[in-house]
Write a protein that binds this ligand. Sequence first.
Ligand code: TK8
Length: 357
Amino acid sequence: MTAIWRSTLTLVGATTLTFGMAHAQSPDLSDPPAIDGEVVADHGSHTLRMGIGLSESSPQFLSSQYFGEILEQRTDGRITVNVFPNSQLGDDVQMMEMLQTGTLDMTYPSSSATTGYVEELSAFDLPFLLPNREAAMAVMQSDVAQEMLDDFEGTGLKALTFSENGYRQLSNSARPVETPEDVAGLDVRGLSVRTMQNPVHLAIWEALGANPTPMAFGELFSALEQGVVDGQENPWSTILTSNFNEVQDYGTETRHVYTPFIMMLSERTWDRMAPEYQELVMEAARQSAEYEIQLSAEYDDWSRKQLEERGMQITRLNDEQLAAFQEATQPVYDEWAPRIGEDIIAEIQQIVEDSSN
Ligand code: TK8
């Protein structure tokens, strides 16, 4: 079953990629792990509607499909998940509100969009906090991060698990960017950069001399196409699978923030489920998150190379250039660390240090 599903999806994925991007194939992605485990007892049926922001070729979509496969197989079809991609049901903020009112069962926002509910998650938005994927994994799996997921209790949102949106990169349609001065513009205006609806991201791009504009992800492609904003920042795989390269000529490998995704269920839906189904949902969420992180890692470098092959001029910063971005954004730490909690930041920095040993 899984093999058939996977080959179908690969075809769908490749078709979507091929349709949207004439000559690209999706990377040689790993198949999802075989689904094992007994069929759980019958506790009734649930058809879960899940809205996500990214496209059918994204790791976010492919892993959400796998999540649904696990539940369907382990409940003998009593739980099914219908995944609606491409922000078609709304953006991250809107879909979380739909979970709170019970008009949607699941969504998968970037942690940055959720800091209005759990401010400590802004730690992940601090620039250059997480130097590599190993550190990011260690932090997401840490008690301090898991406690942030627990802190959603009572908001109407049941946060299940972290996975990887990834390292954010700058793209723009105005000029190559190698330094913060290129962002600010010396004899020209600063770049207008779309950011997520998150105050730390606004602060980062203000510190770099840009004109940041918070905007829902679903509106971003047309805003770039119409020149409403010059640029945006997202992982290479999102830039590729959302076709931003069609309206962005320049990329800069800033890796300024590592963003997690958070898989969420409406508390109303969660509360209607029997304990055995709740356990299974948590297990399926963890398994699909592991798979999503694997796919995201497989997509990362491949996406950058694909973007270059399609004509995007990508600047890879040397150590000195990277240091200039880190120095320019240091004031964001100074402003936000006390608000997030110096103790939390210190704990995370210790986890980062330990992860390199
Ligand atoms: C997709 C968003 C997106 C995020 C953004 O729903 O808004 O730029 O990086 O991936 O969560």
